[in-house]
Design a protein around this ligand. Structure first.
Ligand SMILES: Cc1cc2nc3c(=O)[nH]c(=O)nc-3n(C[C@H](O)[C@H](O)[C@H](O)COP(=O)(O)O)c2cc1C
Length: 215
């Protein structure tokens, strides 16, 4: 497919999209089309991850799901959850890292790429086994958070709004989905059509110059 836009136009469009995404805490009753959600999940799944181990799981409580009430409660019943059309929990699975590394070994062996297969068999498997649990969880959460960012931008690109939430009860989330104790609940994201009251204030950022360190 030919892209009719120039790199500059695409960069401007992307910056406008990043600017348009806000954390919206109240939504209308409008539904979110299923394809909007599925497209956003595909974008989230394209996020980069450390060693490409893709440590995320997306638990989607669909509108009308019998688990909806428990999902909202797990988000401490905050309005961003209770008024949303769709609710997603982004979970990290440190317990599956060894399996994912083994799947990479199998993939690269089948492709005849013995060097990369050996890298996953020896170095990656060793790292995964020997990391302290808190380091491993931080390592996993980093990659899951990148998937979350791509998900929210995709939702905005489709004309809908979202709110990331870590104001939640991780134990309730794990119980709801039958997750192991070491699964990280990186964040929840609610999705819907935002209403004006859902914006709690104008965009607030410190000057970029205070954050951008050029060397
Ligand atoms: C990891 C994370 C957790 C957050 N948790 C909550 C939350 O529980 N409830 C909420 O209303 N907003 C939450 N937010 C939204 C932030 O308050 C919001 O991103 C910030 O105020 C900047 O606003 P903006 O997203 O509109 O630019 C969270 C954001 C992130 C990234």
């Amino acid at each position: 497919m030919t892209d009719p836009t120039s790199p500059r136009e695409r960069a401007e469009a992307f910056e406008a999209l990043a600017d348009a995404r806000r954390s919206v805490r109240r939504f209308s009753d409008d539904p979110v089309p299923e394809e909007v959600m599925r497209s956003a999940f595909r974008s989230a799944h394209l996020a980069p991850s450390s060693n490409n181990l893709q440590p995320w799981e997306f638990h989607w409580i669909r509108s009308g799901s019998p688990q909806r009430a428990a999902g909202v409660e797990a988000c401490l019943s905050q309005p961003a959850a209770s008024t949303s059309a769709e609710l997603v929990f982004l979970i990290g699975r440190p317990d599956l890292l060894a399996d994912r590394a083994a799947a990479m070994v199998a993939h690269f062996e089948a492709a005849g790429n013995d060097g990369t297969a050996s890298y996953y068999r020896v170095q990656v498997a060793h790292n995964v086994r020997n990391m302290a649990p808190e380091d491993r969880n931080a390592w996993v959460d980093k990659s899951v958070a990148l998937a979350a960012a791509q998900f929210m931008l995709a939702i905005k690109a489709a004309g809908f709004d979202s709110c990331p939430m870590e104001g939640l009860d991780p134990e309730k989330v794990r119980a709801l989905f039958g997750l192991p104790a070491d699964a990280t609940v990186t964040m929840a994201i609610s999705v819907g059509q935002g209403i004006p009251d859902g914006l709690y204030g104008p965009r607030l950022r410190f000057p970029l110059a205070d954050h951008l360190c050029e060397h």
